[in-house]
Design a protein around this ligand. Structure first.
Ligand code: UTP
Length: 291
């Protein structure tokens, strides 16, 4: 079995749920406490043993590349001021992992974004990380999933139980439990109505996929808005290969959504060693019942 060493970060979406903030700035660069949200995903990937990251970007996403590059003037400036710990942090970000960038010229869906990275993956398994899903967990989410991948040698989808009234926002699986939070997927339904949802098990922004998906996506007919949906590709893949789903242990925030972003900001700020105590004391003074 080939080792999992690569991850794709599709980051070329339009971020319409976060307008107007995302009109000219990439959603992935919105900060949660003191880090742009994509950095949480990159750190998770590195902590999971990923050695090469491919970020699929779009025209107005240059700031992502700059963030993970060296920042010569800034570094010289921090050096001159003796700001050694900030300097160390800025350098660490640029040296974390090997990164490559590829452009998706038009936002033609998640499936299409993944397809853009085909030439850089070749014939290896790979992770897909959606940078706006932040997962706070003891064991990094992709690491948890790679253990399951090693056992089943098949694609693994990260899932989470969601409330019935929320299923219409997700891809939802029909599945049978095979124990320890792992499910064998029988079917997938994209954004079902509450009544039509096969379960409350929703797919979240982490996947481990195998290269067969590329050929399948190439042959998948675009749907609404000319988009190629990953769920449609996975549905086809199911006919050829078993797919498993794994209930991630950890707290997931949908930071691509305004409310999810606020929840992530508050909770991660409360956990922040530098700010947590003062922030908690501040929140206590708010007397929330008066708002
Ligand atoms: P989302 O639907 O969550 O992101 O896509 P979005 O399209 O940026 O945001 P909204 O829905 O308009 O608010 C899931 C992931 O897939 C990427 C997005 O960047 C996000 O990380 N994506 C989506 C692409 O890279 N290309 C696409 O064409 C669509």
């Amino acid at each position: 079995m080939k080792r999992l060493t690569k991850a794709i970060f599709p980051a070329a979406g339009l971020g319409t749920r976060f307008l107007p903030a995302t009109k000219a700035s990439p959603k992935e660069m919105l900060p949660i406490v003191d880090k742009p949200m994509i950095q949480y995903g990159v750190e998770e990937a590195v902590a999971s043993g990923i050695e090469e990251i491919i970020i699929v970007t779009g025209r107005w996403k240059r700031a992502i590349e700059d963030h993970f590059d060296i920042a010569f003037e800034l570094e010289e400036n921090l050096k001159a001021k003796g700001e050694s710990s900030l300097l160390k942090e800025i350098k660490r970000i640029a040296n974390m992992v090997t990164l490559c960038y590829i452009r998706q010229k038009e936002a033609l869906g998640l499936g299409h974004a993944i397809l853009c990275a085909k030439q850089l993956i070749m014939d290896e398994p790979f992770a897909v990380i959606l940078g706006d899903d932040i997962i706070d967990s003891k064991v990094p989410a992709i690491k948890q999933m790679s253990e399951i991948y090693k056992k089943y040698n098949s694609p693994i989808l990260a899932i989470q139980r969601v409330k019935k009234e929320e299923v219409h926002r997700y891809g939802v699986i029909k599945a049978i439990s095979v124990g320890d939070g792992v499910y064998k997927v029988l079917d997938l339904v994209e954004k079902p109505k509450t009544k039509e949802a096969p379960s409350d098990l929703a797919i979240i922004g982490r996947y481990i996929l195998t290269p067969e998906i590329f050929e399948i996506l190439e042959r998948t007919t675009p749907g609404k808005n000319r988009e190629i949906q990953l769920t449609d590709g996975l549905k086809k893949m199911l006919k050829k290969k078993p797919i498993y789903a794994y209930e991630i242990k950890g707290k997931r925030y949908d930071a691509g959504d305004k409310l999810g972003f606020l929840k992530a900001t508050v909770e991660l700020a409360l956990k922040n060693p530098e700010l947590g105590k003062d922030f908690k004391n501040y929140l206590k003074t708010l007397h929330l019942e008066d708002w």
